[in-house]
Design a protein around this ligand. Sequence first.
Ligand SMILES: [Zn+2]
Length: 60
Amino acid sequence: MKEYACGDVVPGCGASFRVSSEEELLAVCTVHAQHDHGLTEPQMSDDLISRIRAVIRSVA
Ligand SMILES: [Zn+2]
């Protein structure tokens, strides 16, 4: 499982996600960013994706 706390990238955001793969996590994060952070692009930027990848944790 992969776990990501959005607050690690977006200070103040309390959302966290736990899904089975990094690809799925990025897909979930994209939807979250569109709904809660005003992302208007269909995809997150490479910069944002790399910042998210840096804080993704592997959990059992
Ligand atoms: Zn968030």
